[in-house]
Design a protein around this ligand. Structure first.
Ligand SMILES: Cc1cc2nc3c(=O)[nH]c(=O)nc-3n(C[C@H](O)[C@H](O)[C@H](O)COP(=O)(O)OP(=O)(O)OC[C@H]3O[C@@H](n4cnc5c(N)ncnc54)[C@H](O)[C@@H]3O)c2cc1C
Length: 388
């Protein structure tokens, strides 16, 4: 019944192929990973082998040469199937920093091996315990020692660290106190985690969703200068340029969840009979689902606009951030409407609503908190004074 007006026939084919792959990973598979807080390795392998994780790598480096819109379709389809793109999504876009700002030597060295799934670039270390959303306050420091940097410090919430061969690390090469502009003096290093070995210690953080994330401690980690991306001290700009893609792709998987809630809840509301009629006949049940569905479509259009702008070479900061804001809110509305529709069964693990409900809370907080998006729109777009 649903319209595909915004998708080309090729994109409809991508959506259907991903949905077919996901059919091999049914609800029970995700329920079990969730219960055991296990990483869905088989699913991530299947996605990589089918080439879906390298869609954004240009063909000349062995990737699919697709657009951000194509990648959005893939992630939305995964989450709409009841699964989760989160364990794999960074493999799609983290390489964008290397692609856009790395040297030709670095691209030749890394991208074909990421595309062929020989190496995984799944980890992205920005957030620190004492800096939080205020990224320029990070303190992890890379001191130059000949042809190497020696890194000391800590990171928190570094996801997929245990399932990655390399990590993109944002660190200071000039201290906050010594720069004129607080966004200066930050650099991006590509850390080979196998070489780093025990010089990076980690502690896994148990969370309410099956989201492998860690606190990291760096003790004299040696990184060759040849693994620095772009110029020293300009790393903040490089990281920011990748964030618009991250926002668009996160919005897409979040929308997949939102549509999943509406799909499941409307099906249940058509079938569940109480007081002699389907509960979906009651407007108290029907309207919140209809409302959430309309909100999801509105957020989806902003997401398509952001993707189209990015794919045409622009940096759509407002659109990408708005897509993540609106998608997370629409999906949270859908999650609550589904919870209400299922009544008591909503909290029973075997119906999967409670698992997805927990997952649907996170996008309001991460990868960027919605407050910070509103602050960005408030001061960058509307010209009001900054709160920080
Ligand atoms: C499961 C998970 C996975 C993650 N994965 C990664 C990862 O792989 N790599 C990585 O680098 N990071 C990761 N993060 C970190 C994530 O990006 C941060 O949690 C997020 O940016 C918010 O930072 P914080 O938790 O330190 O909150 P804080 O910055 O401490 O903020 C706390 C609250 O105060 C609000 N607040 C603070 N300042 C303002 C202000 N000026 N105006 C209005 N409100 C304000 C915030 O919006 C928030 O509600 C992950 C986080 C989670 C939970």
């Amino acid at each position: 019944m649903e319209m595909h007006a915004e998708l080309t026939p090729e994109q409809v084919a991508i959506k259907e192929a991903v949905a077919e792959l996901c059919a091999d990973f049914p609800d029970e598979y995700w329920r079990e990973r969730d219960a055991k807080l296990e990483y869905p390795q088989e699913f991530v392998d299947a996605l990589a082998e089918a080439g879906w994780l390298s869609v954004l790598i240009p063909e000349e480096y062995g990737g699919g040469g697709g657009t951000v819109a194509d990648a959005s379709i893939i992630l939305e389809a995964i989450n709409r199937s009841g699964g989760s793109g989160v364990p794999a999504h960074a493999q799609m876009y983290t390489m964008g920093t290397v692609l856009r700002h790395g040297s030709e030597e670095q691209k030749q060295r890394l991208l074909p091996r990421i595309a062929s799934n020989d190496i995984r670039l799944q980890a992205f270390g920005v957030t620190e315990p004492d800096a939080g959303s205020d990224t320029t306050r990070i303190r992890t420091f890379a001191a130059r020692d000949g042809d190497e940097y020696v890194v000391n410090g800590s990171k928190i919430w570094t996801s997929r660290f245990q399932h990655s061969d390399y990590m993109l690390l944002l660190c200071r090469t000039t201290r906050y106190e010594d720069v004129e502009k607080k966004t200066d003096g930050l650099s991006v290093l590509l850390v080979d985690l196998r070489e780093a070995g025990d010089s990076i210690k980690f502690r896994q953080i148990r969370t309410m969703t099956s989201h492998e994330t860690n606190e990291l401690f760096f003790e004299d980690v040696r990184v060759p200068v040849s693994n620095r991306i772009g110029e020293e001290g300009k790393g903040f700009r490089y990281i920011l340029s990748g964030m618009n893609v991250e926002r668009i792709l996160v919005a897409s998987e979040v929308l997949g969840d939102g549509f999943w809630f509406v799909d499941r809840a409307s099906a249940y509301a058509r079938e569940r009979v109480v007081f002699g009629r389907p509960i979906g006949m009651n407007q108290g049940v029907q309207f919140p689902l209809a409302q959430a569905y309309a909100q999801l479509h509105a957020a989806s259009l902003v997401r398509w606009q952001a993707a189209a702008l990015f794919d045409s070479g622009k940096q759509p900061g407002f659109e990408a951030n708005s897509a993540k804001l609106l998608a997370s809110q629409a999906t949270w509305a859908a999650a609550n409407a589904a919870m209400d529709t299922f009544g008591g069964y909503g909290v029973a693990e075997e119906f999967d609503i409670e698992r997805k409900f927990r997952e649907a809370r996170l996008p309001l907080i991460a990868p960027v908190n919605n407050n910070l998006i509103l602050a960005y729109i408030g001061h960058q777009v509307l010209g009001m004074p900054k709160s920080y």
